[in-house]
Design a protein around this ligand. Sequence first.
Ligand SMILES: *Cc1c(COP(=O)(O)O)cnc(C)c1O
Length: 429
Amino acid sequence: MSETTKGFNTNAIHAGAKPDPTTGARATPIYQTASYVFEDTDHAANLFAGKAFGNIYTRIMNPTQAVLEERVAALEGGTAALAVASGHAAQLIALHPLLSAGNEFIASDKLYGGSINQFTHSFKKFDWNVKWASGNNIDSYKSLINEKTRAIFVESIANPGGIITDIEPIARIAEDAGIPLIVDNTMATPYLCKPFDFGANIIVHSLTKFLGGQGNSVGGIIVDGGNFDWSKNDKFPDLSEPNPSYHGYKFHETFGEMGISYAIVCRFLALRDLGPAISPFNAFLILNGIETVALRMKQHSENALKVAEYLQNHEKVDWVSYAGLNDSDYKSLAKKYCPNGTGAVFTFGLKGGYDAGVKLVNGVEMFSHLANIGDAKSLIIHPASTTHSQLTDEQQEASGAGKDVVRLSIGIEDVSDIIGDLKQALDAI
Ligand SMILES: *Cc1c(COP(=O)(O)O)cnc(C)c1O
């Protein structure tokens, strides 16, 4: 039985892993080593020449990391994956093979605040130029495509506002333009949404969030869908042309049939040269977190729906934006893209506006006030003064993080205690 025919929970526990061949250890060991001994000089030369696969140096690969990569690739239905130091590093490494100075990429304006910053300011210094499309306004993507465009980037469930992206028509626009669609699937995890089923070509994650699931390690990953022909036009020379820094390899010609040429280029060019490798210890902790991702996402989604319904009926609450609610604008998209639930994170506004929001954040006891999502613990934050504070007012509004917005990441505690904590804090306003 191949991994693609096994069930989600089986893959979440077994994909990529075997008992350790030397010691019999059942848990995947932490291979805490920087480098690996070559068998002989021929072996070393073949590894460096790309004629044999094998471990060279932990900036490029590590056995603990390799299990993590196989596991996430199996869960997403991709061909290969590359784990890196953080979600932001994943975005950098994912785009590096695709963009040269002067190129453009299109991104949805409904994104994690940190990604809006990274794209607007830091990538600008490479002369990688982001053009912002408007959420699910499909024409806004089409109208931004030109000769310089090299990718489209969206989030499946968009942070922070409980927004579901209409992936399929956006994937069609990318395909027509001969460029890949990259989907950040952090908020959904493959348990809630499978972007490759709807035409995505590349998936990125912040492993820090729901895949790790316990708020103890920062990490990121890029998954290759193996469904893009990198040689069909001349837009992607790192994949289609002989590479001067890698023995004149034509990566797509060599690895295209296996559907892993993009993942190979991310590893052997972008990660090798830019360097944000994940530590073996973080890979180990995240791997253990992934074993329970389905159970957690189910509980996160059930709890979040109950909390959203409670808030919606509360007299001090002005509005609630959660795609799982019956009257959400995203209800039908949620049914299509997220049939197993709509996740843990959503936003709401209080009738008392900014001041009431501050009181609520200060009044909760079990909720942690911090800048993260996807912990087993319930979390609360006021995005406009924190995660989204570097954005302009317009960007804050567009990304669903206006001044009155409170963001919750509902944990997997007993929902009665979660609601009880919000109730006492709301009563005190
Ligand atoms: C947190 C987050 C990121 C960035 O990931 P880090 O691991 O913090 O670098 C990217 N996208 C989304 C949707 C996130 O929530």
